[in-house]
Ligand binder design. Sequence first.
Ligand code: ADP
Ligand code: LRH
Length: 458
Amino acid sequence: MKSFAAVDLGASSGRVMVGKVGPRTLDLTEVHRFANRPVRVGATLHWDILALYRGILDGLRVAGPVDGIGIDSWAVDYGLLDARGALIGNPVHYRDERTARGVAEVLAKVPHEVLYAETGIQFQSFNTVFQLAAERGTRAKQALLIPDLIGYWLTGVAGTELTNASTTGLLDPRTGAWSRGLADAAGVDVNLFPPLRRPGEELGPLVPEVCAEIGFGSTVYNVGSHDTASAVAGVPAGSGHAAYVCAGTWSLVGLELDAPIRSEASRRANFTNEVGVDGTIRYLRNVTGLWLLQECQRVWDASLDLETLLREAAEVPARRSVVDANDPRFMPLGDMPARIARACEDAGQPVPRTHAETVRCILDSLAEAHRRAIDDAARLSGRRVDEIHIVGGGANNELLCQLTADACGLPVVAGPVEATALGNILVQARAAGAFEGGLAEMRALLRATQPLRRYAPK
Ligand code: ADP
Ligand code: LRH
């Protein structure tokens, strides 16, 4: 048996997990978890990247010697490096509002129809292509996506991992290469990114300074460094008729396909075609997700117990107020309870008055958005869906799982909660020879080893 560390940075927390893997074994332990709290400086919202890096080093030290390390994080964001390889400023958060300028600049040169036909990537104001366009007069010599930046600090080797590269909106998912013509037309310098690497390729050994700090040496492997790529690799689906909901800060809802769908209907439905592990395509819609609840918790009182809130929400009558979870007003940080109240009022629905009513409105609205995304994915792809897998922190939310089963009229299989870390670890394990097979074998191992919970639709 070999052991591997997964560094998984989510928008709400980072964690280091250790997996012990053999041909029929997969044991996962969380060794360290740390908050991911963005910091506003002046008008700009940043990721506290050094705090995250410290959390990673602390976690690796606790993990102890491992046969490999893989890093994944949220997509699209990046750090800029100067000519000496030093970070220029803190990476900007995708919820920062500076992206509006980049959107206007890029779309004036390249219409979204062309961006979509070339890359298959949904419109999100924070796509890397728009963020890079908003960087004016930068002295940057290199751009590293967040997991690649961490990998660079750990190994001294700079690369751009393919699954996350696809979220830039600058990559052709058919060829797995940069869309250079499109980048030129958009006025974005794709040469800022170091060479593309595939999941499973070795990145390099830890640099001596890191070995000294954490107390051991190891190898960093490229994994599906986009957290959603690793999460979907970690979905324990046994058939081609499964849909997934990766439920965390976002709900990423869709299907795994062999080839992208770039029809006009798909573009209008804002479905994305992100590159997955082993050349798969993640055909999905971003649903705003548990961000709605996280922001309410932040505004109310972080010490409010989530379990109690959810128990009380379960007692509130169903579907009294259902809002559009993807309403753009929910995107930035802010007073989410007030925004939800206003959205209910605008829609002529009862305004939630208690915490429990607000939570219930959020969960009913998420379940409805999950249903819509699964119906749309099935319709646009011509696939039948007969089962839904919910992975990520949201798989712990029994009410959300049940409401999703009810809204969709389909059985839900919930778990693993840490599908992302598991997907990360399995890709490393295969690269290191501890495990053989493709996604089907990985998923069979997940079904055999991980606790899953089933919800029948009511
Ligand atoms: P991300 O990776 O985007 O940071 P996670 O997948 O870690 O997000 O999911 C975090 C969310 O999962 C929390 O905001 C919370 O709503 C939900 N969650 C986590 N644990 C539980 C739990 N025990 N019960 C209910 N919900 C939970
Ligand atoms: C989820 C995620 C998602 C992206 C968003 C920026 O963590 O990676 O897939 O769209 O963050």
